[in-house]
Write a new protein. Structure first.
Length: 126
C-alpha cells in the first residue's frame, strides 16, 4: 500500500499549475468521493465499471474506488506526478476542491484530504 505524500509547505498556484505535482487531495479514505447522477452520465460505462463501487447499503451511493489511501483514478506511474486519469470526467466532489480552497490547503498540510471538505449529497424534491 502506498503511503500518502508528505505534507507541502506554502500556498498552491491559484491557477492549479502545481496540482499534478501535488495530488494530496486525491489521497483519502474509501467512500470519500461520491458520484451524483450527473457524474454517472458524464463517465463512460468502462470508467464506471473500473473505477467506481456501489455501496450495497441504502441509499446505494456510488463512490470512486480507492487503492489503499488514494483514489483509483490517480495515475502514479510517474514518480512525483499525480495526474487524474479521468480528469475531464471527474466527479463533482473532485471539482469543488479548487486550488487554495480550505480542502486544498488542508490536504497540502496533512498530505491527504482531510475533514474540512464538505461534499453535499443533493436530493431532489418533486
Amino acid at each position: 500500500m502506498m503511503a500518502p505524500p508528505s505534507p507541502l509547505i506554502g500556498a498552491p498556484d491559484p491557477e492549479g499549475g502545481d496540482c499534478v505535482d501535488c495530488g494530496r487531495c486525491c489521497h483519502h479514505s474509501p467512500r470519500t468521493v461520491h458520484l451524483l447522477e450527473t457524474d454517472d452520465a458524464r463517465m463512460s460505462d468502462a470508467v464506471l465499471r473500473r473505477l467506481t463501487v456501489l455501496d450495497p447499503t441504502p441509499p446505494g451511493w456510488r463512490f470512486m474506488r480507492n487503492d489503499g489511501e488514494k483514489c483509483a483514478a490517480l495515475d502514479v506511474s510517474t514518480p512525483d506526478r499525480f495526474p487524474c486519469s479521468v480528469y475531464g470526467e471527474r466527479p463533482e466532489d473532485c471539482r469543488i476542491v479548487e486550488p487554495g480552497s480550505p480542502a486544498c490547503l488542508e490536504a497540502r498540510t496533512l498530505g491527504r484530504l482531510g475533514s474540512s471538505v464538505e461534499f453535499r449529497r443533493s436530493t431532489r424534491v418533486g
